[in-house]
Write a protein that binds this ligand. Sequence first.
Ligand SMILES: Cc1cc2nc3c(=O)[nH]c(=O)nc-3n(C[C@H](O)[C@H](O)[C@H](O)COP(=O)(O)OP(=O)(O)OC[C@H]3O[C@@H](n4cnc5c(N)ncnc54)[C@H](O)[C@@H]3O)c2cc1C
Length: 388
Amino acid sequence: MYRLSEKQQKIMDKAREISDKFIGPRAAQVDKDGTYPMESMKALATEGFWGLNIAPEFGGMGQGLRVMCAVLDEIAQRCASTAMCYKMHLSGQAAYGAAVNKPRDVLRAAAEGKHLTTLAWSEFGSRGHFWAPVSQEKRRNGKIVLNASKSMITTANDADSYVVTTRWSEAETPVDNMLYMVLKQDEGVSISGKWDGLGMRGNDSAPLTLRDVTIGEDRALCGPGKGLDMMLNVVLPVFALGNAAISIGIAEAAVKATHHHITTGRFQYLNQSLADVPLERARLAQIRLETDRARAHLAAALDSVENPGPATMLLVLESKAAAAETAVRVTDIALLASGGRGFSRNLSGNLGIERNFRDARAAQVMGPSSDMIHELIGRALCGMELFS
Ligand SMILES: Cc1cc2nc3c(=O)[nH]c(=O)nc-3n(C[C@H](O)[C@H](O)[C@H](O)COP(=O)(O)OP(=O)(O)OC[C@H]3O[C@@H](n4cnc5c(N)ncnc54)[C@H](O)[C@@H]3O)c2cc1C
């Protein structure tokens, strides 16, 4: 459904190879231990995938959202945690690539697989309302001073840099904000706590604190007070469509595992398989249909991004919510269809469905949450302002 060109398909084939060889085999252990999937991330780095959306002038592959979604879908079918960490990296790189002060060395290092980044947007005081950070920059001796309590930052411990949001020093409204590049090595940056979530257990989403982090103007990624524009027009499409692709990948994994289970599980005394039970076939058909429908929606959103119109932003947001809801429903049905085996966490012979079930739930609460997207769509349809 992604309708890739021959060149794009080759990139996808490589992503599939890496996913099969390195990412899939580690997924159950990453989930069990709740460890960051660095080996899987490094496998992507080795083949240049950390530079997937970085311009060729900086050594990247220069690919757009279509290839990104196809690749994330493929990775998420094997390990959703890896897909999530990788997507946050690509989201950060998108901000660097479009920045008013492009961090050229960082872009080159990322393309070489030597620099990992992420978004540090959520704050304890603004929660999932990422567009209105409560932290506010200060200006001192021509420098910018940042103080912020970021709540849940994927790759917190392993990232080399963070795309940080904060309120602009001259802000007149809650949405006049800024985006800065903060390096992990900057004085005043600290990370606390360890992620122990229901799902996405490898994503190391931890609190990040900035205490008097003092940086130069050259770290600004957007023009004065123009953070929201960059968030919505540059980062959100990468973040939201990438999230949709991950949800679809999780759903696809559950469909494949369900198919395997019902076609191989046998009632010996009847000499029949589970596929002989009409309800099981109907469940398989339903989750196939729902997954295909979400992927088709994502493909329509990608078309719209490539040929933008008034509905593009809505389609992008819808796509994230629709895919998240699909993945939750599909994994729920898959869990029923796969009986006790689907429920099991035993590593050997694990169908992965109970992990898919848990991983699928993260997208619903990740900002903008599905609730919030419904709210935004409703506001847009009623002609009201989206962010205020
Ligand atoms: C696995 C994972 C990884 C994450 N990684 C990152 C990251 O890398 N960087 C980052 O910045 N953040 C990250 N986050 C944080 C995320 O983006 C959200 O900010 C966070 O999940 C919101 O959680 P909260 O607890 O503050 O929600 P709360 O604000 O407590 O929300 C509670 C409920 O209220 C609903 N709600 C809130 N406002 C509205 C509204 N106006 N209309 C309708 N419903 C509403 C929400 O949908 C939610 O169901 C991550 C979160 C998760 C779960």
